[in-house]
Write a protein that binds this ligand. Sequence first.
Ligand code: GLN
Length: 447
Amino acid sequence: LDQIQKVDGQIHAFLSYDVADALAQAEAADKALAAGETHVQRPLLGVPIAIKDVLAVKNHPLNCASKILGKFTSVYDATAIEKLKAAGAVVFGRLNMDEFAMGSSTENSAFGVTRNPWDTTRIPGGSSGGSAASVAADECIASLGTDTGGSIRQPAALCGCVGLKPTYGRISRYGLVAFASSLDQIGPFTKDVRDSATLLEVMSGIDHRDSTSVPQPVPHYHTALNGNIKGLKIGLPKEYMIGGLDPQVNAAVQAAVQQLQKLGAEVVEISLPHTDYAVATYYIIATAEASANLARFDGIRYGARIDGKDPIELYSKTRGAGFGPEVKRRIILGTYVLSSGYYDAYYLRAQKVRTLIRQDFLKAFEKVDAIVTPTTPTAAFKIGEKSDDPLQMYLSDIFTISCNLAGICGLSLPCGFTTSPKLPIGLQLLGKPFGEETILKIAHAYE
Ligand code: GLN
């Protein structure tokens, strides 16, 4: 709390936090420890974890960094939050983000931008910018974010922390405000790989309240962290060596690859031939799903309302004033690609290409245990640099988006810095469906 007091005026990672509530939870953890409970039984006992403003925490505000939710307060805990609490965590604070998780820089928040702790003239990444910045600025031990097309891995890379997007279905999405339901996953931001494994283990598992959660047993991820990656095969996709890749990012990733080889991994070139179509495919599927999911914010059921002479006027006034420009852009795009006459040409086609992208990965994983790439083409850019150019902004997710389309798992971990200015660089590891153990093992051996 002292650290938040000291630095958050500059960083603005938090939208709000409740001191009394945090202290009460911490006191309860102290009492449990004094009564003989241990971290074996409750691995997160007393650990402060802050939450992206898109996840429901009972009695806490929930705004998705949007004006449309007004003074909305959650009436229940998301499953992931329930599990953190059961493991003893002190769940506190609401972290800034791009409105409804749409963006790559946290500049789309209705409540102001979050700044990168390494250089406060730069963006922290997005959409989980507050989640990454709060961990990087030592304002919490760990945080939760969500990743629909890179929103955990990209800000983790730009702020120099570890960010994990689990396999689709690994963690229940119950209590997560949906952006694109077939792509969204909850995941942890941590200072190291071991913490990432701990949080993943606590939050994973089947949940009858989310029919897309999968009845796959939850491994003890820690036991995989033994440093031994001898003989593992890691693929380097040739399609990721694109023109816009910053030379310093490229050099850091190449050095990391050499380090992995020194540790005994075998690195081979692979091909993911449909990579070029990932960004276009994503922006059709994600906007289509978003336009349907966001229909519920109508001024009747949740949050803010502006009255009108009839329901239609009420809806349009509320939505017109409540949603920011990027959210409106996506709703319009999404309703367009779903409209009759265009559905087959855009949405259906995108679904087919999505299958091809997934097949690329499944084929590659017949030959390799994991895939290594840069997380982002460049280090953190300046605030305002891309905010007027949505296409440039969309392209900054070029390395992270395919993972969500394929439903596989991925993580980003620090692999060096650029020089003047000194900014963190992220290494991305992609794993098979439910192959989190392998990417955590590799990341831990490298770290
Ligand atoms: N930057 C991407 C987008 O704007 C991804 C966002 C996300 O993962 N939530 O859609």
